[in-house]
Design a protein around this ligand. Sequence first.
Ligand SMILES: NC(=O)c1ccc[n+]([C@@H]2O[C@H](COP(=O)([O-])OP(=O)(O)OC[C@H]3O[C@@H](n4cnc5c(N)ncnc54)[C@H](OP(=O)(O)O)[C@@H]3O)[C@@H](O)[C@H]2O)c1
Length: 269
Amino acid sequence: MTTLVTSGTGKTGRRVADRLTALGLPVRIGSRSSTPPFDWADRSTWPAALDGVSAVYLAYYPDLAFPGAYDDIKAFTDLAVRNGVRRIVLLSGRGEPEAQASEVPVQESGAEWTIVRCSWFMQNFSEDFLLEPMREGVIALPAADVPEPFVDVDDIADVAAAALSQDGHTGKLYELTGPRLLTFARAAEELSQATGRKISFVRVTPEEYVAAAVAHGLPQAEAESLSAMFTEILDGRNANVSHGVQQALGRPARDFADFARANAHVWKL
Ligand SMILES: NC(=O)c1ccc[n+]([C@@H]2O[C@H](COP(=O)([O-])OP(=O)(O)OC[C@H]3O[C@@H](n4cnc5c(N)ncnc54)[C@H](OP(=O)(O)O)[C@@H]3O)[C@@H](O)[C@H]2O)c1
């Protein structure tokens, strides 16, 4: 009854694995550094990762909206079901047509499926590509002045772990957001309050964003894909709150101000 947790050392996967382990359920981490190693870019690693596995937390890397994701998800879910996997929980992106295309092979796989379709993660500020900019005090993104309902990754992990370990979530598509809409400028103000330091939001053009990301070492193609995705999902289409956390767990989603307060130590210089 092992659960394979892909991206199992990342923001969501690490938390999903911790929750399942705390419930006494056997977990296998699926990442390049795990044993056995699992690499989306090397399909010869997939069968060993799936050996003896009955459920999968499916978090694609680098991003479900990037080119190639659909083919990988389709091939992987087909193989998983052939190998005896009976339940799949897919991490997807809200307002992203490319990511949502990859939901279909999971829904049609024959396994019990749950989709967690998420808004922009709060933890992008504390554990991912915005951590260094946060420490430097300037968040520069090609984001329009529209609000986003940032979601806490701990809420995502709570929903995913429930869907993997309990009945009642099969065939459900949960749209997970935080409880409140914030522009990036407003988020920067709340982060400034929580840290006691001035954090600014600067709106840059997609070209400026790509140039800066490449200068920081990101490959050109990945920087362009990221920039295109930000421009797309932050154009106002996602400027509304969903209630997936309440629907799945019967409790409200965590607020951005709580996240900012709890992580203030992470951004200390
Ligand atoms: N960030 C957001 O705001 C947001 C919003 C909605 C949806 N999403 C979705 O979230 C997913 C990412 O999940 P996450 O943020 O929890 O992950 P993450 O923090 O980006 O974690 C990266 C994980 O992927 C593994 N990894 C890296 N390269 C890999 C490869 N080639 N093959 C297999 N594993 C690899 C890493 O471990 P190793 O280094 O050991 O391989 C690590 O465990 C994406 O599909 C994205 O579409 C993100």
